[in-house]
Ligand binder design. Structure first.
Ligand code: HEC
Length: 192
């Protein structure tokens, strides 16, 4: 994020992005669910838990676009249990990957929108790495399928869709975001 000291991420002296640590306390954006059992060609099984740093979330909520210095983190998670009292399905098992994307047009003027990509998995050692170089390449080319033509797939994240331009200090609940969508059908209400 260049000179702005409020960036919620840090680079080391090699120019690598230091692995974010407290992202599970950030704002939860959503979970893509692509079970291999449903589609064996899915590139990442089975869940993707996505978080955005709180200040960038507030900015998005107020302005409807991402500020310079936004960071998203993604944990890839395999399926765990396949049954619960609700019924058969897919429940989250163990996390096996951690990656991040940031919007930094100062550091990455040639990446579309300034969005760059980082990954922290060392599968040989079975740990997360401390830092990651900018990966660009295949990450960027697939992310060009996002609605904006680059950057995050925010259209897939319910929390971000609901919050977009909701306004500064807009309370975080459904009644300030238009209520239930759609209203629950009556046959489902009876079963509850
Ligand atoms: C084949 C397409 C594809 C490739 C390749 C890809 N991604 Fe993604 N990525 C997605 C999709 C689709 C989503 C949103 C939905 C989801 O993950 O459930 C996403 C989401 C993300 C997110 C969450 C924020 C956002 O941008 O929506 C991060 C972080 C991320 N990817 C990092 C990476 C990194 C790092 C790489 C390269 C190592 C990479 N991605 C490569 C398709 C891809």
């Amino acid at each position: 994020m260049g000179p702005d000291k409020k960036a919620p991420y840090t680079f080391d002296e090699k120019g690598e992005l230091i692995r974010p640590t407290n992202y599970r306390t950030w704002v939860f954006a959503g979970t893509g669910t692509t079970p291999k059992a449903h589609d064996s060609t899915a590139i990442f099984p089975d869940f993707q838990n996505i978080y955005i740093d709180p200040e960038s979330y507030e900015y998005w909520k107020e302005n409807g676009y991402f500020r310079e210095g936004t960071i998203f983190v993604k944990e890839l998670i395999r399926k765990g249990d396949t049954i619960s009292p609700i019924g058969k399905g897919f429940y989250q098992g163990e996390a096996y990957s951690l990656s991040a994307t940031i919007k930094d047009t100062v550091r990455f003027p040639n990446s579309p929108g300034g969005w760059e990509y980082f990954k922290y998995t060392d599968y040989e050692k079975g740990i997360l790495t401390e830092s990651s170089p900018a990966l660009g390449g295949s990450c960027i080319s697939c992310h060009s399928n996002a609605k904006a033509g680059y950057g995050p797939f925010h259209e897939l994240y319910m929390v971000l869709r609901d919050a977009k331009k909701a306004g500064k200090n807009n309370p975080e609940n459904l009644n300030t975001r238009g209520g239930l969508k759609p209203e629950m059908p009556s046959h489902m209400r009876e079963k509850e």
